[in-house]
Design a protein around this ligand. Structure first.
Ligand code: DAH
Length: 346
């Protein structure tokens, strides 16, 4: 009998290398089931004496417990193996790049302004600001645009209080403010990017609020040639090193002489296309030598000091540079426009 029990154990042990729960369950049925060796041993008990039954019963019971423990332990071990395997297969690879989230991009107008600022600062210019709610005195009067001057009509303005306070129609009043604040400190070299306001019919190229970039340089012996050279640098930086520049005669009350600033068309190289309207040239701003009256109004002797000034429309520059056809693109925060930079970044 003992031999038989030992044989069963040995046999079971040799089969314990199963590696699936299904196989293990088959073993359980095989050994502990009704047709298994344990049941068959128990069925032999009927023919034994009471004494032997006791002893034999204990042995069979121990065997049954041993088999159960063996199979239970194997079950736990198999389950642990499965969990380990699963964890290994499903582990997260933290070296993988994360899912890209769309976060848009800086406003394209800001980007253009920063580009101009950086360039001008590299040439010794300061970036200054002025108030958007401005005095008539600075927006017009001291800029050689006295009450009743016909050129005021072109900048029909938003008045805030009577006729004295208004939303500035141009950034040029910052010229006046800067000159008045820096009387003894020439050379003056500033640019002023900022919002301006004009009564306008809003459409694809006009907005009642838009952005200008004003520039001013005042010193001794400043000439139109200095303005041309400076404009040249700006044009080439923004629109490519093979750009040409030219002046066209113009009129602004605060400059004399006054010019329009043209660059050779970056699209057709000057041959004529729909962007330059067939002329080969694109106007990007106005400029000129600071008018003697403006210098005088601001406390500078025009016999000693001269200067140049310029004004760009920032949206216009950005529209040309990035191929934007509607000025409202800048103000509507439509994320679909966030890939504009890729279109034409020179
Ligand atoms: N302020 C002018 C405008 O809004 C632009 C301008 C032209 C500015 C000539 C200047 C300048 O400084 O010299 O139309």
């Amino acid at each position: 009998m003992l031999e038989e029990i030992a044989k069963i154990k040995e046999e079971l042990n040799s089969k314990m290398s199963v590696n699936s729960l299904k196989e293990l369950n088959d073993l359980r049925v095989e050994y502990l089931g009704k047709k298994g060796p344990v049941s068959s041993l128990l069925s032999q008990m009927g023919s034994l004496s009471i004494e032997d039954k006791k002893e034999f019963g204990k042995l069979v019971n121990d065997l049954k417990n041993e088999i159960t423990t063996l199979i239970d332990e194997k079950k736990i071990s198999l389950e642990n193996d499965m969990i380990d395997k699963k964890l290994e297969e499903e582990s997260i690879d933290i070296s993988l790049p994360a899912t890209k989230m769309s976060v848009g991009s800086p406003n394209i107008l800001e980007k253009l302004i920063e580009e101009v600022e950086e360039l001008m600062m590299s040439m010794g210019y300061d970036v200054v600001e002025g108030p958007e709610v401005e005095k008539d005195l600075y927006n017009f009067e001291l800029l050689n645009l006295p009450q009743g001057h016909p050129a005021r009509d072109a900048q029909d303005t938003f008045y805030v209080k009577g006729e004295e306070i208004l939303l500035r129609s141009q950034t040029s009043p910052v010229q006046v403010r800067t000159m008045l604040a820096n009387l003894e400190k020439t050379p003056i070299r500033i640019i002023c990017p900022g919002k301006t306001y004009r009564r306008d019919d809003d459409d694809a190229t006009h907005s009642h609020q838009f952005t200008q970039i004003e520039g001013l340089l005042v010193d001794k012996n400043v000439s139109l040639a200095n303005l041309k050279a400076t404009f040249d640098v700006i044009a080439k930086k923004l629109f490519g090193s093979d750009r040409d520049t030219r002046f066209r005669p113009s009129f602004y009350p605060f400059t004399e002489p006054s010019v329009e600033l043209d660059i050779s068309c970056f699209n057709c190289g000057g041959n004529g296309c729909n962007i330059c309207k067939g002329t080969g040239w694109i106007t990007v701003g106005g400029a000129g030598m600071v008018h003697p009256n403006v210098l005088k109004n601001c406390g500078y002797d025009p016999e000693i000091f001269t200067g140049f000034a310029f004004g760009f429309g920032a949206e216009r520059l950005a529209m040309l540079k990035y191929g934007i056809t509607d000025i409202r693109t800048f103000y509507t925060n439509d994320l679909r426009n966030s890939n504009i930079y890729d279109r034409r970044d020179v």
